[in-house]
Design a protein around this ligand. Sequence first.
Ligand code: ZN
Length: 303
Amino acid sequence: MKYLYVSCFLMLLVIITIVILCLMDKSKNDIKEKYEEIYRKFRKKLNTVNKKVRENIFDTYEIDGEIKEWIISILNKQTSHCLPKMYINTHLRRGDPNLEFNYSHTMGKYIILSDNDYNRLEQDYNINNENTITSLIVHESAHVHQRKEFEKEATDINYKNPFKELYKKWGYVFSDISHFSNILKYKRQNPDADDDDIIWSYMGKYYYINCFYDKKKLSAYNVHKYAYPIEFSRGKFVYNKGEPILLDNFKEYNDFFGDVSNNYTPNEIYADYTERLYGECVHNKTYESNEAYKIFKNNYFYK
Ligand SMILES: [Zn+2]
């Protein structure tokens, strides 16, 4: 009799182990499938330095359907009367805590909420606090909108990308830069801005502006914003080893774009400006009207 109990117990143990192993394998496959689907293109584009800082973490997860519906319905309700209209993207996912340095970002048609932002959303949902991460969703939606327009341009050379038209009005020119690859190696690649070839021109001078990792202390959290002087000679943009300016000290640039927290590339400036539009319309906020913000409002094309 005792023997029977022991064998039954062992059988049960084997069955439980098999079930657990099957479940583990399934979740592994799910993650792999999501990563393949969503991050494949981005991962392919990453250079060695950027691959290294990301430590091969590209996992995202589904979000509870009710939480998703809750925040989207708040946004729709808040912005339904806004003129100009706001672009709201409804495809939300949640990122691994170590994905993209825990920054919310976009990938394909998805807004990937950082673990921090998602936790805040979940807490607000639990107490029905409508003062939640809505402005962030507006910012990230702008990036999805941008990606759609840049993709249209990539498949149709005659397509006039309205974002590019606006960025030109801000002074940007689009061109590769010679002798610049050693600098670009340390640029923090941003899933929301494909911007190796975007140059800001001002009063006959040219600058390449972005976020750069510290060469001596490579870390995702040790990043500086620089403007590198670029020269235009014989019809080409060239980097002649000029010293960069810290973006915070670049007065003309900061006066032109104003106090924008994500101020280092036009896609981010645009996304921050849409947050201002949202703040003006929904929360009656007022913002300093810098030259670039005026141009943005006069040329806003999502109507
Ligand atoms: Zn952004």
